[in-house]
Design a protein around this ligand. Structure first.
Ligand code: G3P
Length: 225
């Protein structure tokens, strides 16, 4: 299973609202909305739920993080081989809540290619987006940290960081899919993001903390054109 664009990725982080059974419930809602609307939706379960959630849904699942290590004597770390075995089709890398060294990001991107996994490198500005593009990951998600969890959409608050990242990334590598995130919670936010050149969005709190996650996701999906 591969990711397709335009794309919505829901990362449920470590919120109480997305733990255990609630994690699977949110994944099932994503699956339902994907089936009903035809919109591509991928899901990042909580790390401890990855294996069972990935095996219960037909939409693609990604890990929230992996470490740049080989399997073996590595207590408490997560390796790419484990997430593949768990049913993930790829992983987020360098999320702003889980930053990594550039050398480790490179190891993960290269090893993911060998293992047939997708990488979505999260970046915080245009310079870092450009550095990430050199590694030719499957995708780069530009997310200004100050807007994460704020409910203020990057597409409105900092539209130029999205369009400038799209230009910088595509100049270096046309194949890398550009996503944007931070504060995205409505169909209009998605529409605006796509108009800025993004090929999809990465989001969390807008759905995880919504009173009615399905209704919110349907609205988000309506912004995909
Ligand atoms: O990984 C998604 C992200 O960091 C954006 O979070 O809550 O602003 O949608 P949020």
């Amino acid at each position: 299973m591969k990711l397709k664009t335009p794309l919505i990725i829901l990362n449920v982080k470590a919120y109480k609202e997305s733990m255990g059974k609630r994690d699977l419930k949110l994944a099932k809602i994503c699956e339902e909305v994907a089936k009903e609307t035809g919109v591509n939706i991928a899901y990042c379960p909580q790390q401890v739920d990855l294996a069972w959630v990935a095996n219960e849904v037909e939409i693609p699942c990604l890990a929230q993080h992996v470490d740049a290590l080989d399997p073996g004597s590595k207590t408490g770390w997560t390796v790419l081989e484990s997430i593949k075995e768990a049913g993930a089709i790829g992983t987020l890398v360098n999320h702003s809540e889980h930053r990594m060294k550039i050398a480790d990001i490179d190891v993960i991107v290269e090893k993911s290619k060998e293992l047939g996994l997708c990488t979505v490198i999260c970046t915080n500005n245009v310079v870092v987006s450009r550095a990430a593009a050199v590694m030719k990951p499957y995708s780069i998600a530009i997310e200004p940290p100050a807007l994460i969890g704020s409910g203020i959409p990057v597409s409105k608050a900092e539209p130029e960081i999205v369009s400038d990242s799209v230009n910088a990334i595509k100049e270096l590598n046309r194949d890398t899919v550009v996503l944007c995130g931070a504060g995205i919670s409505t169909g209009e936010d998605v529409r605006e993001s796509l108009k800025l050149g993004a090929e999809g969005v990465l989001l969390a709190s807008g759905v995880v903390k919504a009173k009615d996650p399905k209704r919110t996701l349907l609205d988000l999906a309506s912004g995909i054109f």
